[in-house]
Design a protein around this ligand. Sequence first.
Ligand code: NAG
Length: 397
Amino acid sequence: MTRRQEFGFGLALLLLCTLGITGSLAATCSIGDRDALLAFKNQLTDSSGLLANWMKGTDCCTWTGIRCNAQAKVIEIYIEATCKGCGPNGQFLIAKNTNNFGKSLATLRPTLKTLALINVQVQLKFPIPPTFFTLTNLNYLNLESCEFIGSIPKELGNLVNLEELRINGNKFSGGMPDSIGKLQKLKVLELRDNQAPTLGSSQITLLKKLTTFDYQRNKVTGPLPKWLGGLSVGTLTLAGNQFSGPISPELCKLRALQYLLLRGNKLSGSIPGCIGNVALLFYLDVGRNMLSGPLPRELGKLKQLTRFLADNNRITGPLPREIGDLPTLFFIEIQNNKITGRIPSNYGPSDPIAIDPINFTNNMLSGPIPPGYQNLDETAFRPGNPGLCGPPLSNPC
Ligand SMILES: *[C@@H]1O[C@H](CO)[C@@H](O)[C@H](O)[C@H]1NC(C)=O
């Protein structure tokens, strides 16, 4: 190589390097985004160092819980502490003050699609920061187990791009506001383990994309609202509230329903026969209520049913033979009722290896155990049912 060639080569190399550097510079997070995140971090006590790599002078797109788009704009904040105030190996975050918590995140509005703060302890207990309801491009908002209080404000309706709202495990004491009806893209609505005394607005029925409505373990009293029948959901879980009165026939209108969980309420009356119209149901749990009357024959129309739980009620009458013909229903829990008569001979799978647990204890069943159940343990039938006989029980028929 001549000097001249060497010079040219060197220049080209230099040019390449510069291009490379500016190229990678262009892909690092903007000062605005970085500072917004640092200001947010500043509002948290992070003694376990969960956000230790959130440091000035580094690319915020590489920080824990942060994702950026191709233009290096922040699209996701997903911060998950493992527990609250836990031992030396736990990672926890505590909000320092109530004033303007999360306010700096407003800067990220144009691109932010995911905001998840899980187990972030809001020690001083305050409502969801108003700023969060200005993040109108959010698809996903998860504020699980943060100890937020108060009711969900009507500003929730601003988040028109939301597809999933998960606010389980807080201390919300109100139901859904009417403005929920504006969230036309919402698919998942979860408010488990709060203290809400009401479901709130029937406008939820306007959400035609909603597949999951989870309101377990709140403090809702009174009858199951009729408007529930207008939901388009596949999963409806209302367990662990204090709903009373009958399982209203309106629920039988939930034609997309696959998973219904009503366990642990104060529901009374009998299971309505129209439940057989909910053709896609594969999981039905009405255990731990005050239901009475016989099990309806129409349960036999639920060809997809794999699990049926009606334990700990006051159910009387015989077991409908139709249930025994269901092709995949092997898991049955009906213990602690007052069910009488024989177990129909078609109960239990034809292939005994495929058996799932059943529990028929503490009823008033009598007669021989059907062949499909003879491989089970005696504890599936005893205590209770003194009139049952034959294998696997020790008393012969
Ligand atoms: C059936 O239920 C009773 C009462 O809830 C419980 O004690 C027992 O362990 C259960 N048996 C089986 C086999 O699951």
